[in-house]
Design a protein around this ligand. Structure first.
Ligand SMILES: [Zn+2]
Ligand SMILES: [Zn+2]
Length: 569
């Protein structure tokens, strides 16, 4: 990294070009502050032995003496899931975290028998001075309580990170501190980092209060057994469902470890306030009259081994679907999961259940992230001089910069960067310069000590799942496909016996290419799109995850494109 000693640097080890493993660093002289230490789930997060992805912490390890603390914005896994891995690699002395996140972190550390870190809880009135950097906080609304934005006042200017947020005027938990944000903006923000998750969604994200009403309606109108699947990470949703169960005199059976965990922590923290006898174990619960039972479970994304999939397949240890059951998906599909969710919905319906999924006709789910309208509001409150969209895939970051342009931040004052790129803050001016080491590091979820490199993971993966190469020839000048994509597989399926599957894959690859080529994509985006469409498709068909290797051949090649055309798994 080329920078002057007096500069303040900012770089992301994770969180750019992806939703996951958020880890941002601010460095000034002999001080590095890490903001969040998240994990990303590799593919399907419920398969046994599935891997996590964490950032490459090498730079932090090499500069361990400078690392003065980790600040956590909120307790979601994409912000705290990397902590136990980070602590295996380097020495972390102190974590600053809001109350609920602190409880969740303590639970994690206890499970791994790690205790050599001090946890300091903060709230919206806390202030810290870490060497020359002043740190203060403002409250945000998100899908989990205790979510914060953080203000870092450095000798070169003020950096604000929004954390994950939405603006909800009728939130289930605390309101976000809009006036405080306006004050921070008035004092002057040089660089704003903001949540880009929903930056392609226009308007405003629906209020959680609307969801609350819909959930109450469902409880009121359901006369038989009720099964609700949602994300365990959506603590406000879980809270509302559990409290509605108490209100409508249903006992709650909980399926799914992550759901049990979050309910325990949220009850200990006083966020979910219900009677102890509300929760019953399955053996007791299943002897109760059907109209007195709520089953709350994981698996709203169609994860094959989660409770809901097993219920739908008839392979669940305790329950089978019976006619007149009502199954509610209080969630919306994460892109890529739509097929497997659809599969489950069909199975449930075949068994006689009434299935309610999120649609324009009801309000059983809303996002915890700001849409464009709220992103504009945030930008108007903060009025930053420079803008750094984070927490999103490339196209989301780009859309967010466009939104910022609409409220007066010129595109050349917005930075769309990759993990590892360094921003320099020098006397209230910001520019991009240099890189620190960054990569995806794959972790075998079953092996606490085992940090495996990408190569090792790929080898194992290859042995178990084989590989599928997709060969596409394009003319980059016209963005046209030059021939049908070719599918080559090794160790995945016998091509002769699976000609239909190969043909369908070819058709899907062609369709994907045609769609993506309309957007004038770079090679990285083409490769991602092919992986994102072919991977889930093959998994759905075969329940195997071969390594997908897109090979792009550009007909009118120059040196740069030749470089890009190398396969990159
Ligand atoms: Zn979050
Ligand atoms: Zn997040």
């Amino acid at each position: 990294m080329k920078k002057r000693n007096t500069d303040t640097a900012l770089y992301c080890l994770g969180g750019l070009g992806e939703v996951g493993k958020n880890s941002y660093c601010i460095e000034h002289e002999n001080t590095i502050i890490l903001i969040d230490a998240g994990v990303k789930f590799a593919g399907d997060d419920s398969l046994p032995g599935i891997d996590y992805v964490i950032p490459d912490y090498t730079y932090l390890k090499e500069n361990n003496d400078k690392l003065k603390g980790l600040f956590i914005t909120h307790g979601h896994e994409d912000h705290i899931g990397g902590i136990t891995f980070l602590m295996q690699i380097l020495n972390l002395e102190v974590i600053y975290a809001p109350k609920l996140a602190a409880s969740l972190i303590r639970k994690k550390l206890n499970e791994k028998k790690m205790s050599n870190v001090k946890i300091v809880e903060f709230d919206n009135s806390s202030e810290f001075k870490i060497d020359k950097i002043k740190v203060s906080f403002f409250r945000q609304t998100h899908s989990i309580p205790d979510a914060y934005g953080i203000v870092f006042t450095t000798p070169n200017g003020t950096i604000v990170t929004t954390g994950d947020f939405k603006f909800d005027l009728t939130p289930v938990g605390d309101m976000s501190e809009i006036q405080k944000m306006a004050m921070i903006g008035k004092k002057g923000v040089d660089l704003l980092l903001s949540d880009s998750t929903n930056s392609e969604v226009s308007g405003f994200t629906m209020s959680e209060a609307d969801v609350s009403e819909s959930i109450n309606d469902i409880f009121r109108n359901t006369k038989h057994r009720l099964i609700i699947a949602t994300f365990a990470s959506n603590v406000f949703r879980v809270q509302q469902i559990v409290e509605a169960a108490q209100r409508f005199h249903r006992k709650v059976i909980v399926f799914g470890r992550s759901m049990e965990n979050i309910i325990n922590v949220a009850r200990e923290s006083g966020i979910i306030k219900v009677r102890d006898d509300l929760f019953v174990n399955p053996n007791v619960g299943l002897t109760l009259p059907l109209e007195q039972v709520l089953i709350l479970c994981t698996g709203s994304q169609g994860e094959p081994l989660a409770a809901l999939s097993r219920i739908a397949n008839g392979s669940h240890k305790f329950i089978k679907i019976i006619p007149n059951d009502t199954v509610v998906f209080s969630s919306s599909p994460i892109p890529g999961n739509a097929l497997s969710i659809n599969h489950i919905v069909n199975k449930l319906a075949k068994s006689g259940a009434k299935v309610i999924t999120n649609s324009v006709l009801n309000s059983i789910h809303t996002s915890g992230h700001a849409s464009q309208g709220e992103q504009k509001l945030m930008l108007q409150l903060m009025t930053p001089k420079y803008f750094f969209p984070v927490h999103g895939e490339y196209r989301m970051l780009k859309a967010h910069a466009k939104t910022a342009e609409q409220v007066g931040i010129p595109l050349d004052h917005s930075f769309i960067l990759s993990n590892g790129d360094v921003l320099i803050l020098r006397k209230h001016e910001v520019f991009a310069q240099g890189r620190v080491q960054s990569d995806d590091i794959y972790v075998d979820g079953n092996d606490v000590s085992g940090l495996s490199t990408k190569v090792i993971r790929d080898r194992v993966h290859l042995a178990n799942n084989g590989l599928v190469a997709i060969l596409v020839a394009i003319n980059p000048a016209t963005n046209k496909l030059l021939s049908k994509p070719q599918i080559i597989s090794r160790g995945f399926v016998y091509m002769k016996e699976n000609q239909d599957l190969i043909n369908e894959t070819q058709v899907l690859a062609e369709k994907t290419m045609k769609n993506i080529l309309k957007t004038d994509p770079n090679f990285k985006i083409i490769k991602e799109s092919l992986k994102n469409s072919i991977g889930p498709f093959l998994y759905h068909k075969t329940h195997r995850n071969p390594i997908i290797i897109p090979l792009i051949i550009a007909k009118t090649t120059n040196t740069k494109e030749k470089e890009n055309a190398k396969p990159n798994a």
